[in-house]
Design a protein. Structure first.
Length: 448
């Protein structure tokens, strides 16, 4: 009884910290919107192909009637919703260029007045009378990327009276690569979603045709208290490790690794690696020693195709939840790794981030949230409610209002795939597929 009371108090304390962080994320800008703006930036590059005889007609179908105005309006929304503590220089530079290209020069100049030296360079290019600052080209190359950089440099060269041989051809070649990336990513999403809908309908038909019920047919050798103790212990250790690594690991990495993106990738990798080791250690100490041959935790190769099918089936559900969240929640924060992955240029940083996201995170989370917590919930409630409970907890521990509902849906499907197959390798494979494809998509859409 004393142990149960201790677990309840401990759980309430950790849950309070997570809930406070989750509610606080409502005040943060949604990272998903910044990723959507990156896609908008890529689409602007397609403007260089509008007159191309081979791809021009396709580009006109893909782009809105006025792509620059549409992107400008979305950037304006992002600028208005940005937090007071954010560095708005990049937003001001881009929004100013979009305004200038739309004929709104005065709005552009007002934005650039608050954008430091790059803003002064652009003010010189588009102001009246135009004037050039020293090192304008180098400043623009450093401050801008993609379409914004090319447009700024083109106007700079025109003002300098430089000839632009081959520049249009180079821009069109870049635009072709961008077109292939966008078509590939969007094509995969459409096909995968359609296949997922077919599999969802098939699964529903099988339930109806075979008159399946939610009868419990497995033996869970531990209690919900045992499972909660391990999960709460892991969350506590995660919080403590985050503070220790931030205060002691960051100064050491600053001295050892000069490259910012690689340094951040190493920090993230070490954090998740220690996190996973703690999860395995807690599991082995509290559960493994008492139940070393628990059938419920077996990993089997048979039935792994179910994991791939479940991945396809979860896509329309997660995207529907994401669209619903976008309509209901303004702000909401998000996983900071998304923008890190998208902007990383160091190949070793990419490898470390992939291992972190696609392997380490699924291993610890599936072992604890499906292997222990979901199965523990089935000892005190029906399987559907256990899926919902464990799924919502899975969504909450990511501490992002913008991602809470999509990740909760993912957690529910992960638990369902485990329940249907009795094979922990299936939700593990589903989780790896989901994170790996997300990682690959971010890489393809990165580097505008």
């Amino acid at each position: 009884m004393q142990r149960t009371n201790f677990v309840v108090v401990w759980t309430i304390l950790i849950a309070s910290l997570i809930l406070t962080s989750l509610l606080g994320s409502f005040l943060q800008p949604a990272r998903q919107k910044s990723l959507a703006l990156t896609t908008e930036d890529l689409q602007l590059q397609l403007l260089w192909l509008k007159d191309d005889p081979e791809y021009g007609s396709l580009v006109q179908k893909l782009l809105p009637e006025d792509p620059i105005a549409a992107t400008r309006d979305r950037y304006r929304e992002g600028y208005q919703e940005a937090g007071a503590k954010e560095d708005l220089t990049d937003l001001r530079l881009k929004l100013g260029l979009l305004a200038a290209k739309s004929g709104q020069t005065q709005q552009a100049l007002a934005l650039w007045a608050k954008a430091g030296t790059p803003g002064q360079v652009l003010t010189g290019l588009y102001g009246q009378p135009p004037h050039l600052l020293p090192n304008s080209e180098a400043i623009l190359r450093k401050a801008l990327q993609g379409w914004y950089q090319q447009e700024g440099l083109t106007d700079l060269y025109r003002l300098q009276g430089q000839a632009l041989p081959g520049r249009k051809a180079a821009q069109q070649e870049l635009a072709r690569h961008t077109l292939f990336r966008l078509v590939g990513v969007n094509g995969f999403q459409v096909v995968a979603t359609l296949l997922g809908l077919v599999l969802l309908i098939r699964e529903g038909w099988l339930w109806a045709a075979k008159k399946r019920t939610w009868k419990q047919s497995w033996s869970v050798p531990w209690t919900l208290t045992d499972a909660t103790l391990v999960v709460v212990g892991w969350l506590t250790a995660s919080f403590m490790l985050a503070f220790v690594l931030r205060d002691f690991g960051t100064p050491l990495l600053d001295r050892l690794i000069p490259a910012p993106d690689l340094k951040l990738a190493v920090f993230v990798f070490l954090s998740k690696a220690l996190d996973t080791l703690v999860a395995l250690a807690l599991f082995g100490w509290w559960i493994g020693r008492a139940h070393p041959r628990a059938e419920i935790l077996r990993l089997r190769v048979q039935g792994l195709s179910w994991g791939v099918g479940a991945y396809l089936a979860v896509l329309p559900l997660v995207w529907s939840a994401a669209l619903l969240t976008q309509g209901l929640v303004k702000g909401g924060g998000g996983n900071p790794l998304l923008s890190v992955i998208q902007q990383s240029q160091n190949p070793w940083a990419g490898v470390l981030l992939f291992v972190t996201v696609a392997l380490l995170a699924p291993i610890s989370e599936e072992l604890l949230f499906r292997g222990l917590l979901f199965s523990g919930f089935t000892t005190v409630m029906s399987a559907p409610w256990a899926m919902v409970a464990s799924g919502f907890i899975f969504g909450a521990i990511h501490q992002s209002a913008a991602e809470f509902l999509p990740l909760s849906v993912l957690g529910i499907v992960l638990a369902y795939s485990y329940y249907r197959t009795r094979n922990l390798a299936v939700p593990l494979l589903l989780h790896i597929c989901f994170n790996s494809v997300t990682f690959g998509t971010l890489l393809l859409l990165g580097g505008a």
